[in-house]
Structures are given as structure tokens and as C-alpha cells.
Design a protein around this ligand. Sequence first.
Ligand SMILES: [Fe+2]
Length: 265
Amino acid sequence: MRILAISDLHVDYDENRRWLYELPRHEYSDDILILAGDISHETGLLAEALAELGQRFRAVVFTPGNHDLWVYQNHAADSLARFEQVRQITLDCGVQMEPLVLDEVAIIPLLGWYDFSFGEPSAEVRRAWMDFTACRWPDGMDPPAVTRCFTAMNEPYLQVNRPTVITFSHFLPRIDLMPLIIPPHRQGLYPVLGSRLLEEQLRRAGASVHVYGHSHINMRNFKEGVLYLNNALGYPHETRTARQLVCVWEKQRAENYRQTGPERG
Ligand SMILES: [Fe+2]
């Protein structure tokens, strides 16, 4: 059994839907997939993608991204109603948004949003960032309140006690996961990338691995005992993404480690 991960499938793009359909049908029947959000704002495409993945894997654990909660084209009253719609779609497709707890490993999805803990957005970002027009929240609910609302839903799940805990979120839990080479004019988007509350929660959950999405910058970072990993499929024009599933845990390797210590070479 392996635990594989990917995010940001964005199946609104034909190339990405093709990638999904071309995934082998039988290779993953013993494996679990972490799916870290941004599949599609369109209900039909979201359901189709989740069902396709649900048929291929032993289990799929999912958390929605910002695109999944856009309200235009899907008749949801607001993005909280859309969240409930998405939760129902996952249930219908045999995909789960709750933790998956096995004997030796637990996978905990962390709901979230961005709360400007990475900086205040400029007027330009507030005007141009699509979420500010494509999402609608109940009166008085600003992004920090949305973040508090979603992260509060994670609280009951932070107490699992397993040899390995893997958490994942769509949004970034810390801004120093972004590479130093990002030019200053692109750093204007940092305020809408995530929330420090996620970092605080993954630490409390005892995670040794955290998978995230949203930035479409695929990389691994090791910080203070936690491996942070982003593996986005991303947009077709983004050539830096590997466009393949990545393995974050494997039962056989974990057993070998317990018996003989770390692998050499
Ligand atoms: Fe995103």
C-alpha cells in the first residue's frame, strides 16, 4: 500500500482531463490518494473527476481548494452552501473529506482559506484576484473569518495518535515554503496563499509530512521535522510541474525502517 498525492487538477482544461482519464485503471487499487483541492468550480466536472479517481484507488481523501468553492455556474447561494454541495458530491463519488486512520498511518485533511497572515493584499490584488468576485460569503464574513470557520472544523481531528501522521491542505501553512527566487512583483499574491493557523494545526496533529497545493510550485521543503510537499498538476502551460502522482508513504518502506533503520545509499 502506498499513499500518493496530487493537487490542482483543474480539469476545466482538456489536457488535464485527458491526463486524469489516462491514469491506469488497476494499478492503484491498493493505494490511497491525497487530493489537495482545486479540481473545478463546475459541478459536473468536479463529480466526474472525483468518481474517476474513486474508481481507481482504494480510497481518496480530498479537501476543497478555492476554485472548488466558486459560486458562479453552479447555483449555490454562497460559498458556504457550495462547500456543503462539494461535501455531498464527494460522498456520492465515494471520496472522503474526513481523516483516514489506519493502524500505522493517519491522513488528516485540513480545511482552510487565507487570512492575510502572510501580508495584507494590495488594492490591485483585491481587484484582480478571482476569488474576490467568484466566491460569495455570508454578510460580514471576510477572508480571515472564512479561515477561522474552516480551520475550526479541523479541531476534532487533530488528536489521532498513530506512528505516522500525514496532514494536507489546499492552502499553504507557512509562507517560507515559497522559493526565494519568486520576483517581488509576484510576491503580491502571498497574502492569498494561506494561513499560519494551518501550520499551528499540523504541528498539533503531530504531522511528519504535510502536502499542500495552491501555489503550483512543486517542491519539497524540510522544516523543523516536517516534510512539506507540493505536487500540483497545474495549468497545461505551466511546464515546471511533473504532471505525475508522487508517493509520500509506502507500507513496505515503513516496515523496513522499523526493522532495520533508515535506508542507506
Ligand atoms: Fe488554489
